[in-house]
Design a protein around this ligand. Structure first.
Ligand code: PGA
Length: 259
């Protein structure tokens, strides 16, 4: 984390959990965010159906609300889908794009990821673009080229003006929901690698302004060590974001590292 140049972001990803009533209850338990300067942001990425409840329950509490997916087209005959404009209009600020579960179960490719990232930016949303290697890639020593490809492909339609609004989440697939967190040093190595790819494409000044998050079994016990790393600017948190107490603790750990 280096808040001289970029924002620290703690983002929860509820996945397919919680009803609108659960969402209201969660924010009541979570309570307001103690501090929110220009350099720290806490986000909850909730199921689409929970967005109105989350936006209204978190009002005056200084959290930002995110979505977990969107369609790349501005409107049209795409039954069951939601556009970036609809999310924006509902009070959403962030949207997760290309989570490994979307890639694995819903056929998302690096190409659709690049289309969605572009559509999100054009609509004024901040995409949280997910990348990450499988266990097989890591065992074969291919994690860096794999990540480099995903980053380059996902950002292929992102201009120099837009890059600072993109958030990248490094989520090794073998660490998601498994309790196997990457070591802080391993996560740092990949996040630093991602920043070097950004540097090559957009230059040093732009690259150092991009927040790069780590995701994969982050919890109140390991958050501080991960976030203390130079190139890890926060977390994308699944399981531990479902409990208000745990999510709040992670926010406190992050704020302590940041102070
Ligand atoms: P996890 O999920 O924290 O439960 O590992 C992270 C994610 O998938 O975003």
């Amino acid at each position: 984390m280096n808040t001289r140049y970029r924002k620290l972001i703690i983002a929860g990803n509820w996945k397919m959990n919680k009803t609108p009533a659960d969402a209201r209850d969660f924010f009541k338990k979570l309570g307001p965010l103690g501090r929110k300067g220009g350099r720290f942001e806490a986000v909850l990425c909730v199921p689409a159906i929970d967005i109105p409840a989350a936006v209204s329950a978190s009002k005056e509490m200084r959290y930002s609300i995110g979505a977990q997916n969107m369609h790349q087209a501005p409107s049209g005959a795409y039954t069951g889908e939601i556009s970036a404009d609809m999310l924006k209009n509902a009070g959403v600020k962030y949207v997760i794009i290309g989570h490994s579960e979307r890639r694995e179960y819903f056929g998302e490719t690096d190409f659709t990821v690049s289309e969605k990232v572009k559509a999100a930016l054009d609509a004024g949303l901040r995409p949280i673009m997910c990348v990450g290697e499988s266990l097989q890639h890591r065992q074969d020593g291919l994690e860096k080229p794999h990540i480099a490809y995903q980053v380059a492909a996902g950002l292929s339609q992102v201009s120099e003006e837009q890059i600072s609004r993109v958030v990248i989440a490094y989520e090794p697939i073998w660490a998601i929901g498994t309790g196997n967190t990457a070591t802080a040093q391993d996560a740092q190595d990949i996040c630093c690698h991602i920043r070097s790819i950004l540097r090559e494409k957009y230059g040093a000044r732009k690259a150092r302004a991009v927040s790069i998050l780590y995701g994969g079994s982050m919890n109140p016990e390991n958050a501080a060590d991960l976030i203390a790393m130079e190139d890890i600017d926060g977390g994308l948190i699944g399981g531990a974001s479902l409990t208000a107490e745990k999510f709040r603790k992670i926010i406190e750990e992050a704020a302590a590292v940041n102070s």
